[in-house]
Design a binder for this molecule. Structure first.
Ligand code: NAI
Ligand code: MG
Length: 349
């Protein structure tokens, strides 16, 4: 089997970690029964500085033809930071109906969690972030910003279809795991949108009597991520709450640089997109010190989505062998370079 993969490094450390992930992808393909042809697109904030947009005018049309998109991150200090999400990340996520943002939080072998006594048994859950609507629909305005009577609005949007599909995805995922869904919400204060979110999820929950279902407020959930991570299995949450919680998830794994993700279109009506949870990290870009593991792990999620489960498992095992051997980047107390990590992972495949 041959896969066509679109590769978008984006900006900053994307240029360092995505090529490493591609090397791992080619190495794993050679050991399993498939091949990968990748085509790189220079889209991102750098592209914007030259062309006035984050992608070519027919960018979505082009990307649509691929089996999957491997993506780094977009954003540069020189570019208005409201643009990367609007003109690239969210544009792809919504156009391609990637309504699931799948973000595993799992402590790797040999890595010490900043939570101290918590072990691999305790830190093993998935954040399922609703990825197409909610707080991030950017439906609002700023009025008279310079006047004493200035005001601004951002109206969230939750549709029955949107909430039902992310709920069904989460309960089905829970059936393959420890059969527990925690809906992280804030319906005690967001009494319209999140109360509706809870109601629709509650209805879907009744169709999965074999799965434990709980509701937890976001403020309590942040504390529990730190104090009782072992409580969680599938964390089902909204677009903005999931954005915030997944960085906390990265932190309890030891570094943001470990966090992988899949922007999934479960029906495969369009390609899905795979990227680390972090951004373009301009503060460390160009020094060869970025942790490439979140990016490489995202390749595993991509292969799993494409049906290459054995290859996906092989990558995750190779990552764990590498971290277990203490081959770590600076963000987790190591002294190895981005390339050293990728090389070790390939050797460990
Ligand atoms: P960031 O995630 O890029 O960085 C936060 C901190 O984590 C920084 O200190 C960085 O050095 C560190 N870090 C992140 N990834 C790392 C890695 N792989 N290895 C080692 N350290 C790592 O978030 P920040 O600084 O808020 O945003 C930087 C830019 O990225 C902004 O332009 C932002 O808009 C963009 N961004 C893009 C995203 C995307 O394309 N999906 C997601 C989040 C932010
Ligand atoms: Mg984020």
């Amino acid at each position: 089997k041959k896969y066509q993969i679109a590769v978008v490094n984006g900006d900053g450390i994307g240029h360092e970690i995505v090529p490493m992930a591609e090397q791992v992808l080619q190495a794993v393909a050679a050991k399993h029964d498939f091949s990968v042809e990748s085509t790189t697109f220079p889209f991102g904030a750098g592209y914007y500085l030259e062309h006035g947009d984050f992608m070519a005018p027919d960018g979505l049309e082009i990307l649509k033809g691929f089996d999957a998109i491997l993506f780094g991150a977009v954003g540069l200090p020189a570019v208005d930071d409201t643009l990367p999400f609007k003109l690239f990340t969210n544009k792809v996520r919504t156009a391609f109906k990637q309504y699931v943002n799948y973000r595993p939080v799992k402590l790797l072998d040999g890595v010490k969690s900043p939570l101290g006594t918590k072990t691999q048994k305790d830190i093993d859950f998935v954040v399922v972030r609703e990825n197409n609507e909610g707080e991030f629909v950017q439906n609002g305005r700023q009025m008279y910003p310079d006047e004493p009577f200035g005001f601004a609005t951002d109206t969230s949007l939750f549709t029955r279809v949107g909430v039902e599909r992310i709920a069904h995805y989460s309960f089905k995922l829970a059936r393959k795991r420890r059969k527990k869904v925690t809906n992280v919400t804030k319906s005690n204060t967001m009494i319209n949108t999140l109360a509706y979110w809870d109601r629709v999820i509650g209805e879907v929950a009744e169709q999965y009597p074999d799965v434990e279902y709980h509701k937890m407020y976001i403020d309590a959930a942040t504390a529990n991520f730190v104090l009782h991570p072992e409580y969680f299995d599938v964390v089902l949450t909204t677009n903005m709450l999931g954005d915030i919680l997944s960085d906390l998830g990265g932190a309890i794994m030891g570094s943001l640089g470990f966090g992988p993700s899949g922007n999934l279109n479960p029906e495969n009506t369009f390609p899905s997109m795979f990227e680390p949870i972090h951004g373009s990290a301009p503060d460390i870009a160009g020094r060869g010190v970025a942790n490439p593991i979140g990016q490489i792990w995202s390749v595993a999620i991509m292969l799993d989505h494409l049906g290459e489960e054995q290859a996906a498992t092989a990558i995750v095992k190779a990552i764990n062998r590498t971290t277990a051997a203490g081959i770590l980047t600076k963000d987790v107390g190591g002294s190895y370079s981005t390339q050293d990590i990728a090389r070790a992972i390939i050797e460990n495949l």
